[in-house]
Design a protein around this ligand. Sequence first.
Ligand code: PEP
Length: 249
Amino acid sequence: MSLRLIANWKLNGSIEFNNQWAEDFFKNFSSKNSKSIGIAPVSIYIGHLKKVIGDCGIEIGAQNICDKEFGERTGEISASMIKDMGCKFSLIGHSERRTFFHESNKIISQKLNQANNNSLIPILCIGETAEENKRNKTYDVLESQINEALRDLNQLSSIIIAYEPVWAIGSGKIPSPEEINSIHKMIKDVVQSRFPKIGLKSVLYGGSVNSDNASSLFVLEHIDGALVGGASLNGKEFAQIANILSELR
Ligand code: PEP
């Protein structure tokens, strides 16, 4: 089963936060299937969070990995180190990394390669800005982000793509579910036609997902799940989203 619901905790968390979150999540999570759920905490808390959630099936991953394996990259964390900590996946190319850390599609491609070499599932994040959306450039932007990131890697054994319109992240605004569904279909078509040897496991939607809008998204054929930022910081709210996903898929 592929990962279908991933919490991106961004630059939030503490030991106390992990404990409280787990208590709230497990009190409210009513499904037996936690195998499709992932959490990406700040990397320094991976070990602690793993102990707190125990052997419940939820996967832990990183929010980012370095494009290099080792050496002169002070402050960075490599894919092999994340793997060594028992992680299964890493987000790659989140829009905050593209914007604040100037990550190019070329760097993102090198990070995908690192993830693949270390058997981590990469969650490639793509999405258009408000300006690009207004100019009806969404499809072109997404297609070129996919092509540039995957061009040199036509044999990735597995990848998940998260479609995250930049203007929908943390804003409370989201495209209509039907619009997201057709964009996800386009993403699947582009990957299948241009990179038929790449194992695309699922296409997730990210941007202001919460327990109020989750069911309108998860009922649609091509929306395989979600990458959740703000709403994932509350264990109860995230459990409610997970319950909705397991009822509908
Ligand atoms: C994100 O940053 O990946 C995200 C989806 O954030 P939010 O859910 O807060 O919009």
